[in-house]
Design a protein around this ligand. Structure first.
Ligand code: GUN
Length: 283
């Protein structure tokens, strides 16, 4: 079998058109969705991500506010900036770009963002609501994966889903979202014995480990849906995922490429969450 490629770029573009239309309607009612992004320090990759977020905001007609703070910014100063944004009615979403400099406590920062503007879905209140299946901001990458599955017509209920990776940002929440939709979920990680025993049972396999070519054909069941969350550089400096794409595509039923797979969905769902937050101010 040669897998059908799930085109994340195309699906993201389609979603962005829908979001832009809703932004227009909301603006007609006097509300412009606004996203504040805080960047502390000079991490090169972070700067690129932040600039992409700003560009996408503008492309969709949203208000975007970039707050750049120097590397040595004291933690209290960052927390007071967040509190100011919590009370700013032009701002519906607050995102503090991670990682932060070492002297700043990430947990304190996340917990200072009001859950109502936590468009990253990282606040414990939103994590708890997500677990309980309540209305919540869903973390953008896991949310984007669920949209990719839905848009590709892949049913989840009753399927065996195996998540490789257990990060707070991707692995843990994507397993939870799959469980919420009635998948039977298995988590694998660096201490898992006999990985292939588990992954070869997967109807839906999510690779989120951050190791190039970690998932090989031998790990994958014939016809499985393979979602590659990895963004790595291989020995030649070329962008690659966690899945050995060329061999796995010959065995899988569906597969996401890297780039143009999961990546474009993350920013799109951030825009979706900012719009959702802005809409909720009208309720
Ligand atoms: N750094 C890398 N990915 C993310 C993300 O999704 N949100 C934030 N805030 N920082 C990140």
């Amino acid at each position: 079998m040669t897998a059908q490629i799930i085109n994340g770029k195309e699906i993201a573009e389609k979603k962005k058109v829908q979001i832009a239309e809703e932004v227009k309607l909301l603006k007609a009612k006097g509300v412009t969705p606004g996203l504040a992004v805080i960047l502390v320090g000079n991490n090169h990759a972070s700067r690129t991500y932040v600039s992409n977020k700003q560009k996408t905001c503008e492309e969709l007609g949203m208000y975007s506010l970039l707050i750049e703070l120097p590397e040595e910014t004291p933690e209290v100063e960052l927390l007071s900036k967040i509190e100011e944004l919590n009370g700013d009615s032009k701002i519906h979403g607050i995102l503090v770009q991670l990682p932060l400099p070492e002297h700043i406590d990430e947990k304190k920062v996340i917990e200072t963002i009001t859950p109502a503007k936590d468009v990253d879905g990282f606040h414990p209140i939103n994590i708890g609501r997500m677990m309980a299946g309540q209305n919540a901001f869903l973390p953008c990458t896991p949310f984007g994966i669920m949209v990719l599955l839905e848009e590709s017509g892949i049913s989840i209920s009753g399927k065996n889903a195996v998540v490789v990776g257990r990060s707070n940002i991707v692995g843990k929440p994507v397993g939870q979202l799959l469980l919420n939709q009635n998948a039977t979920v298995t988590y694998c990680h660096s201490r898992t014995k006999d990985l292939a025993v588990h992954t070869s049972q997967a109807d839906i396999l999510i690779a989120a480990v951050g190791i190039p070519n970690f998932i090989r054909a031998e790990h994958v069941k014939e016809g499985a849906v393979v979602i590659d969350v990895g963004i790595n550089r291989n020995d030649e400096g070329k962008l690659c995922g966690d899945v050995a794409f060329n061999e796995v595509r010959e065995k899988a039923g569906y597969i996401t490429p890297v780039p143009k797979g999961v990546g474009p969905m993350t920013i799109t769902m951030l825009m979706y969450n900012t719009l959702k937050s802005a809409k909720e101010t009208l309720r």
